[in-house]
Write a protein that binds this ligand. Structure first.
Ligand SMILES: [Zn+2]
Length: 653
């Protein structure tokens, strides 16, 4: 019978149900599918091929399946490293993506990633990104197989202003690609923390409707899980089960911090996990309990994650780490043998993508997604044939991705003798370098300017403040009580609060400073209601009056919804200073004009004296002058002398 290609000779690693390894083997391919696998002489006896590919000295095996990546992010490779996940994600990746991610970015980044994937033996990938239509088009054109998911989140993304727009995009995308031979379209709700329950319900309904997978990040970091447990009252996967969200086809990326109960739920629902050892190590997310996952019956595939957190797409490295980490963690060298690592990188990975009926092993009827790995290298010498395990050991512990010689998907060669046949590599490299220099310039400018930096993380409001203010130092409260009891002073509202301020200071005075404030308002019943705010203050312009000053300055303020640690690592101040105080605050009217009176007791730095601030917003020089006059009168009521006036801010004490 006629075949198109015959992979002839070498060791055929089939990954079939019996995990057969055939020495002096052969694989025959016709119309993109495998038609025969066996001993070379047997296959030859039945099949004659147009092309015979000599694989002597090589391993012929199923192409590797990368179950989790973000292809266009190869353009951000090496941009910022050695940061914590939240600083890395919210401080850098999301702002840069908002600025640069468009169709061209996705096309160039996808081409660059595909070139790297093919060169390291990957034939199938699972991607989650934006402009997924462009990603899918590029993957298909290059000839790789892909599960491509459009990312959906509750915050604006580069390709959608709101989540309903992203859902619309995703739905149109899925309809367009539904029956493509290489592409499986999918929905990509980013994660529980970046989605709302409505989004998660919508994507599960759509996933069921179109019978396509949903890819989602779950339990990547301990912090994420702790915050979710606090919010949802239970571990994320348990919550999803109760919400009816564990339906249809799904793949969980990471799963580093899953509980045993969550693992059992995933196993029951046949939902797999994409294990990304390098990315989890690099972002210090932890080490997924792969032995426990597989032990509870969860299929575990391997992934590289995006290039910005890896920083390469080398599946041979992931195989090796997947085999080594469980040994190091458990102290048991028999944990996760090499054969299992190869399974995870091929058949089991295909199973997590619901594609194991089509790919993942070399068996007649499956697509001819085949790679040839050259073992005729110094680092693969010598070779033993004691048992089948010798071959797996070679592949996992010694082989390098650069040993991959040929790659074919559905019988089409994408690489032959390490030469890429479907990608113009020099052109892609030069496009990528051009893109990188634009990103470099953008970030360099932003790092210089605190305003851009604070705006970069979102949720910021700008306010110009123009206020008249005086601060005086009092030995006790007598003067204060005298003022508040005065017939011309009308107290409208009062509150007591404990304020913990952390100032981020910079050597360059033009930069201004950033204040992180924990403001605890003390309720009548004595309980505290904390609020967290972030304020960037630009340099202040002062005009000094007889008793008071007018301050005008630009302020940017935002609710501080991330930790103090996040902001410290993100802003990287030259110095940090803390000011803690108890503030009693009165809103008063003096002769019908609004003022704020603050009586502050500083306990860090500690002072015995009381500090009193009187201030009022103003809008014109004339109004400011009038208010400065009224402040002067109030100082007189209190009997304050000019030596008691303090012209410094607390942060400068
Ligand atoms: Zn990811």
């Amino acid at each position: 019978m006629d075949a198109d290609i015959l992979f002839a000779g070498g060791v055929v690693v089939t990954m079939d149900a019996r995990r057969q390894i055939v020495r002096d083997g052969a694989v025959a391919v016709r119309d993109g599918r495998i038609v025969a696998v066996g001993k070379l002489e047997d296959v030859r006896a039945h099949w004659s091929a147009r092309e015979v590919r000599d694989c002597g000295g090589c391993v012929v095996m199923p192409g590797l399946v990368n179950t989790h990546t973000h292809l266009p992010m190869s353009l951000l490779r090496g941009l910022v490293d050695d940061l914590r996940l939240d600083v890395w994600l919210y401080g850098y990746m999301l702002p840069v993506e908002r600025e640069f991610t468009d169709e061209r970015f996705c096309r160039v980044g996808t081409l660059l990633s595909c070139a790297e994937l093919i060169r390291s033996g990957v034939t199938c990938l699972a991607d989650m990104y934006y402009y997924e239509d462009t990603v899918a088009e590029t993957v298909a054109q290059v000839g790789l197989r892909g599960v491509c998911a459009e990312t959906i989140m509750k915050i604006p993304t580069p390709d959608a202003e709101s989540y309903d727009e992203s859902l619309d995009y995703a739905q149109r995308f899925v309809e367009k690609w539904q029956h493509h031979p290489l592409i499986t379209p999918a929905f990509g709700p980013h994660s529980i923390y970046l989605c709302t329950p409505e989004i998660l319900h919508a994507t599960s309904m759509l996933g069921l409707k179109y019978d396509v997978p949903q890819l989602i990040h779950i339990a990547e970091t301990d912090l994420e899980v702790r915050e979710l447990v606090e919010k949802l009252g239970e571990p994320p996967v348990v919550w999803m089960q109760k919400q009816g969200l564990l339906v249809g086809k799904m793949l969980v990326a990471h799963g580093v911090h899953l509980t045993d109960a969550e693992m059992r739920l995933l196993a029951e629902r046949h939902i797999g996990v994409a294990h990304n050892p390098t990315s989890n190590l690099k972002l210090a997310s932890g080490i997924a309990r792969v032995m426990a996952l597989r032990g509870s019956g969860v299929n575990v595939g391997l992934g590289t994650d995006g290039c910005a957190s890896n920083n390469d797409l080398d599946m041979f490295e992931e195989m090796r780490l997947a085999a080594l980490l469980p040994k190091g963690v458990s102290g048991d060298p028999t944990a996760l043998p090499a054969r299992v690592a190869v399974e995870m990188a091929t058949l089991e990975g295909a199973r997590t993508l619901y594609l194991d009926g089509e790919i993942g092993s070399l068996e007649p009827g499956k697509w001819a997604d085949i790679i040839v790995v050259n073992l005729d290298t110094v680092h693969e010498t010598p070779k033993f044939a004691l048992s089948d395990n010798n071959v797996y050991s070679q592949l996992v512990y010694a082989a390098k991705s650069a040993d991959v010689r040929d790659v074919a998907v559905a019988g089409r060669f994408l690489m032959r003798d390490r030469e890429l046949l479907t990608i113009d590599v020099p052109a892609v490299q030069s496009d990528a370098e051009a893109m990188a220099s634009r990103i470099d310039r953008f970030l360099a400018a932003r790092e210089e300017n605190l305003v851009d930096k604070i705006v970069g993380i979102g949720g910021v409001e700008q306010q110009e403040t123009f206020e008249v203010q005086v601060k005086v130092r009092l030995p006790d409260e007598r003067a204060l009580r005298h003022l508040l009891g005065h017939k011309d002073v009308n107290v409208i509202r009062e509150s007591v609060r404990r304020q913990y301020d952390t100032y981020f200071l910079f050597d360059d005075p033009d930069k201004g400073h950033v204040r992180y404030r924990e403001d605890n308002v003390i309720q009548p019943d004595g309980s505290l209601v904390p609020r967290y705010g972030l304020t960037l203050r630009g340099p202040t312009v002062e005009r000094v009056y007889e008793n008071s000053v007018i301050l005008s300055r630009s302020r940017f303020s935002a609710v501080a919804d991330r930790s103090l640690r996040f902001y410290r690592e993100y802003f990287q101040p030259d110095r940090i200073k803390e000011v803690n105080k108890e503030r009693r605050r009165w809103r008063v009217q003096y002769k019908g004009v609004d003022f704020e009176v603050n009586a502050d007791r500083l306990f860090r730095p500690a002072y015995d004296d009381l500090f009193l601030e009187i201030k009022s917003r103003t809008w014109s020089a004339k109004d400011a002058l009038a208010k400065a006059g009224l402040i002067g009168e109030m100082l007189e009521i209190m009997g304050v002398s000019s030596e008691q006036i303090v012209r410094k801010e607390y942060v400068d004490f």
